[in-house]
Design a protein around this ligand. Structure first.
Ligand code: 26Q
Length: 809
């Protein structure tokens, strides 16, 4: 973009005056940030309008990515990079005596997601805009994002994330595009000579008001849209009619119950709970999103049969799966189509990505709840279910198959089965995960409709996770292989020629050291813990969950500590173990794990007898922004989930792209990473998914056996309950119980030995500086295929059948 420095300065000062009513001298950093955001927003909106106009004119197919979560993080810096004006802006602000990096920091993270699934949605939107793909997001504008985590007395404490309190510069409220969403009430069926009519009466109306956020493409003219819906009381007369009847309480209650819908993001990423409010949220944004898409379509097109050629609706896990019956409803009840026509259109429009095979995370809604909250939707789901059962029975006469794929069973609606039935494509997010979908959780569907199933290995945007967060490394890469990788990240493979180049290695080491220094400084300031940049920065950051096995890492640290206490001269490479991650507020074991890490950290960090060879740090409030500081500083990336449990993981990709070496299990995308880098540039250990399945199916695993046969394990487990933690004598017994009396569901003890050996290999490899650098560089070289640009293009070609649309400036 052409950048006129003097004009920019004027516009910026003008914004300060008009928005904040302030002169430059009076303005706080936050005021300055808001003014800068508004200035940049104006630049973006010109391109945005152009993009929308050109999409409209060409009437190309558009894709809409429906997701309960979009974990955007901060946008200012990213927008400056994408617009190609970051350095110009920095220089201009400097002339005004302003430090751009302070303004960048001042932005609140948009934390509208729990973890991987939400961040994936954000990376995908970034890539679609960068690749000229007409793809947009549809979600909920939560008033409160994921809670802020504080550690108080070693414990996690949750605080509300009031991210909108100072206003949000990137959103545009579009009240004129509001639509109504209807809950409760009853449906009556009117039989007419040629069709049936369904009338929904006595419903509670909710107004869905969209807020649009621009998604800016990298150095192109594309600006796509993320539309987030906010719930407001519908037309005032509904409100007022209660008032008029003197029913003041009812009117206030109505207002509250509506506002609750978009108030808060559920802070859980694995535990399904059949909460009415969550069901309301799902239907709310799905219905609003589809209504606005269809009314747009209607303005440009005549025939509904053409919908799948113009629109793709992609559902990010089952959370938006009500899109299937809702699209049916809109086509039949609002547009007058018959069932068969509507079904053909729906099942050619909707596609579905699964992100988890954990049984406890699979959504199943109680029939009674759906029936009363969404009476018409319930009728349609019943019809889909009955027709599915009929077809399967006619085709196969196989009862077992019928039971396996039945959408309604035991008083519950199985959302994954609904999603598979109503979608033309079902994909997993890494090779192993897709295999598991085919062979296990969707085996029945797969035997019946194998063509629906496909794999789309996840990716991450290298613009945020390398160019933005690790500018020094980005520059080294460009200096070494030129800058084509920025547009074509798979060109990173050219770095392979330099993995043994001494100068490149030396520069890489220097950059890693500087990134480690930045993190060390942060840790020192925030926690008064001194960590040495000569130590291995061994990083384990992600949601805290038993299957992710933070506890395996912790037990191993305890083991190292025990050895060092016995032999303080033991020659190990000093290590800084860095943890971060949030536990769902109701997940007791995960919270105890956080406490254990913090208690252990305090003991180890204060024990001078081990000469600083081990340090343990728990970084509170792990978020997108914190990840951008931590990932570039990592030497080792911990990806140690129980095989078969982690659908993909995307942190693993961020770390490899920043030159960390993975210590990991044969799980999720670790396998794809291993296949890319080869066996010698990754450290793999532990059970395979097949071994895990076999233990579950045939038994044969006894945690006590391992406890009794491995003195190292016995010792660390005993320490959980024998007063080793003097102030927490009984506190960690639940952790102990899960590992022993409850027989260690996640095979922590079984994999301990392998993990310990793998960590010894890491220690050894790190001693050879050149060898280590060469591994790190090989990881970066192979990380290009894990860019979400590759992912976006695979979805576009393989699922959505959309082509790039170049926006002219
Ligand atoms: C469902 C019902 C009720 C409450 C919460 C939920 C819920 C919310 C979020 C269930 C699941 C999620 C999120 C799942 C998720 O983040 N999965 C991760 O997706 C990543 C992107 O594909 C993968 O890399 C991770 O492996 C996977 O765990």
């Amino acid at each position: 973009m052409y950048f006129d420095k003097e004009r920019f300065k004027e516009e910026f000062i003008q914004k300060l005056q008009s928005m904040q009513g302030m002169s430059l001298e009076e303005a706080s950093v936050n005021d300055q940030y808001l003014a800068l955001g508004a200035t940049i927003r104006d630049y973006i909106s010109r391109k945005w309008i152009q993009t929308k106009r050109q999409y409209q004119e060409k009437n190309d197919k558009q894709i809409y990515y429906f997701s309960m979560e979009f974990l955007l993080g901060k946008l200012l810096d990213m927008n400056l990079i994408n617009m190609g004006i970051r350095e110009e802006c920095r220089a201009a602000l400097q002339e005004l005596g302003i430090d751009l990096s302070l303004l960048i920091e001042a932005e609140p993270d948009a934390g509208l997601g729990n973890g991987g699934l939400g961040r994936l949605a954000a990376c995908l939107l970034d890539s679609m805009a960068a690749m000229h793909l007409p793809g947009h997001g549809c979600g909920i504008r939560y008033k409160y994002g994921l809670f802020e985590q504080k550690i108080v007395d070693h414990h996690q404490v949750e605080l509300p994330d009031n991210w909108l309190k100072d206003g949000y510069v990137w959103e545009y409220r579009r009240p004129e595009k509001s639509v109504e969403v209807r809950f409760w009430g009853r449906v009556t069926q009117i039989v007419q000579p040629d069709k049936w009519l369904f009338i929904h009466e006595d419903y509670e109306p909710v107004l869905a008001v969209p807020y649009d956020i621009p998604m800016v493409g990298y150095h192109n003219n594309t600006v796509n849209t993320l539309r987030l819906w906010s719930a407001e009381p519908a037309q005032l007369d509904f409100d007022l009619s209660s008032f008029n009847r003197g029913d003041y309480i009812r009117a206030v209650e109505y207002r509250h119950s509506v506002e609750r819908i978009s108030k808060i993001l559920y802070p859980d990423d694995t535990h399904y709970e059949g909460r009415l409010l969550r069901l309301k949220q799902q239907y709310f944004f799905v219905s609003a999103g589809l209504q606005s898409i269809l009314s747009d379509y209607k303005r440009k097109n005549r025939l509904w049969q053409g919908l799948p050629d113009k629109i793709s609706v992609h559902i990010n896990d089952t959370h938006p799966a009500l899109a299937i019956p809702e699209l049916m409803r809109l086509l039949m009840d609002e547009e007058g189509l018959g069932w068969d026509e509507a079904w053909t259109i729906t099942t050619s429009t909707v596609s579905y990505t699964n992100h988890t095979t954990l049984p406890e995370a699979l959504e199943r809604w109680p029939v009674d709840m759906v029936k009363s909250l969404l009476p018409r939707i319930y009728m349609i789901i019943c019809e889909i279910h009955e027709r599915l059962c009929y077809t399967i029975w006619e085709q196969t006469k196989n009862w077992d198959l019928l039971r396996e794929i039945s959408i309604i069973a035991d008083g519950e609606i199985h959302m994954a089965r609904l999603a598979v039935t109503g979608s033309y494509s079902v994909n997993g997010v890494a090779q192993l995960h897709t295999d598991i979908l085919r062979k296990n959780i969707f085996a029945g569907f797969h035997s019946w409709q194998p063509y629906k199933f496909n794999n789309k290995t996840n990716g991450i945007t290298h613009r945020r996770w390398l160019i933005k967060s690790n500018p020094l490394l980005a520059k080294l890469i460009t200096d070494t292989i030129d800058g084509s990788w920025i547009k074509y990240p798979w060109d990173l493979i050219q770095l392979l020629r330099y993995t043994d180049d001494e100068e490149v290695q030396q520069r890489f080491c220097e950059i890693k050291r500087r990134n480690k220094e930045a993190l060390a400084k942060f840790i020192k300031n925030k926690y008064q813990i001194a960590v040495s940049t000569d130590s291995i920065f061994d990083v384990h950051v992600k949601r805290i969950h038993a299957y992710k096995r933070q506890i395996l890492n912790v037990l191993h640290i305890m083991h190292l500590y025990n050895q060092l206490k016995e032999n303080p001269d033991w020659d190990i490479v000093p290590r800084t173990f860095i943890f971060g991650g949030k536990a769902a507020p109701g997940y007791y074991i995960a919270k105890q794990t956080i406490k254990l890490i913090n208690v252990l950290a305090e003991i180890i960090n204060h024990d001078n007898s081990i000469q600083g060879k081990l340090k343990v740090v728990f970084l509170e409030n792990y978020s997108v922004s914190l990840a951008e500081l931590v990932v570039p500083a990592a030497d080792v990336s911990e990806q140690i989930s129980t095989a078969s449990k982690e659908a993909s993981g995307t942190g693993n990709m961020k770390f490899m792209m920043n030159g960390a070496v993975t210590i990991g299990t044969m799980d999720g995308a670790n396998i794809d990473i291993k296949n890319a880098v080869g066996d010698s540039d990754i450290v793999i250990f532990g059970l395979t998914a097949q071994q895990v399945f076999d233990y579950y199916a045939f038994g044969g695993y006894n945690a006590w056996d391992i406890y009794h046969n491995d003195s190292r394990i016995k010792r660390v487990l005993d320490e959980l309950i024998n007063g080793f933690f003097p102030n927490e004598k009984e506190e960690f017994r639940p952790l102990y119980n899960d590992l022993l009396p409850n027989n260690d569901e996640y095979f922590v003890l079984k994999d301990f030995s392998g993990y310990s050996e793998a960590q010894r290999i890491v220690d050894n490899k790190f001693r050879n500086k050149q060898g280590w650098c060469s591994m790190a560089l090989a990881n970066i070289a192979h990380s290009g295929i894990f860019s979400s640009d590759r992912m976006a293009s695979e979805y576009s070609v393989g699922i959505w059948k959309i082509k790039p649309h170049i926006i002219t400036g």
